[in-house]
Ligand binder design. Structure first.
Ligand code: ATP
Ligand code: MG
Length: 315
């Protein structure tokens, strides 16, 4: 299961969108990414006001002496206008993305707590605060085993994708695994249990099989696509590499690799304790009770205090 640069490049939004335009919501691709946006994203640190407009304003930030000498890259008025006009063209609200990733790990910084952006500053702030976007910029081929340098990446350029925003019911999102051009596995994406899905899922699966058959033009025979079911239609949302870097969701990659079937396996989050309602991208957060029980000692003291607090609760 070796990932190649060619495969990663085939999964860029601009590589597949023109082919599958009819199967996916409207979008615009600014390629290459406007240069002042790229400079802004590449500089260290987050600061408000990526635009020229507020150059002379005091943004209320605490500054040290060095700040005075730092030339901050501003997004040019021309590039801001391009983004603003594109948002308008798409109906006034968009989801931003670079070649592969949306800034979905940076929702905490968004005033709406969502990927929905209605102006250029929303977009710049989200992109700037996202590690996923930073990975697109810094090291998109880090998992590729091939050493093909040059040729394949010669024509490479970063892109800013703006997708028309629409209200999504996350219960109707699926991740679909295609192996040898056959759909072999389908996983619910939302980590919560929904009772209505058990009834709807067989029909959803039919729609997803139909969609997978329309993706035969994709250059690789193994890939992973994300889809959204709205009424009686499956929309293509994204294509990801068939690679460990793509989350297998309710499947492990070793399971997916072993699957060889004409009947795709569909998995939903089960009812009961296995269904998760935890927030996403919070691997590093620790349950509040555990933090509260820890009075700042070493691991064994921590374990003792946890046991004591659990015993106290059982009484
Ligand atoms: P992943 O890592 O899961 O592949 P990604 O960074 O490639 O994500 P997308 O798959 O394009 O990003 O979108 C991420 C999520 O954002 C989707 O699962 C969906 O919930 C939401 N989303 C994507 N496009 C839109 C849209 N046009 N309107 C509203 N929400 C959207
Ligand atoms: Mg993706």
């Amino acid at each position: 299961m070796e990932t190649t640069k060619a495969h990663v490049l085939n999964c860029q939004f601009s590589s597949w969108y023109p082919k599958f335009k009819k199967l996916t919501p409207r979008a615009r691709i600014l390629k290459p990414i406007p240069p002042s946006v790229l400079n802004y994203l590449n500089q260290d640190g987050i600061f408000l006001g990526g635009s020229d407009d507020d150059e002379n304003e005091d943004d209320g930030e605490i500054k040290d002496e060095d700040d005075e000498n730092v030339q901050r890259a501003r997004v040019s008025a021309e590039d801001l206008k391009l983004i603003t006009d594109t948002i308008e063209e798409l109906g006034g609200s968009v989801v931003p993305k670079l070649n592969w990733s949306t800034p979905k790990d940076a929702l905490w910084i968004a005033p709406t707590n969502s990927l929905k952006c209605t102006n250029a500053s929303d977009i710049l702030l989200l992109l700037k605060a996202s590690d996923f976007v930073a990975h697109d910029l810094d090291d998109p081929f880090d998992n590729c085993k091939d050493d093909v340098v040059g040729k394949l990446t010669e024509n490479f350029s970063y892109e800013l994708v703006l997708k028309e925003w629409f209200p999504i019911h996350t219960s109707h999102e699926y991740r679909c695994f295609v192996k040898g051009r056959k759909l072999v596995a389908v996983s619910q994406r939302d980590p919560n249990y929904y009772d209505f899905l058990e009834k709807e899922a067989p029909e959803h699966l039919e729609l997803l099989i139909e969609l997978s058959e329309k993706l035969h033009d994709f250059p690789d025979e193994n890939f992973v696509f994300d889809a959204y079911i709205q009424k009686d239609r499956a929309f293509l949302i994204d294509i990801n590499p068939y690679s460990l870097t793509t989350d297998g969701q309710l499947f492990s990659w070793s399971e997916i690799n072993k699957l060889n079937t004409d009947d795709p396996v569909l998995r939903l989050v089960p009812k009961g304790p296995f269904g998760s309602s935890g927030s996403m991208y919070s691997e590093n957060r620790v349950p509040f009770d555990m933090v509260a029980a820890n009075l700042g000692g070493n691991i064994s003291e921590f374990a003792n205090s946890m046991q004591q607090s659990m015993a106290a609760e059982e009484k």
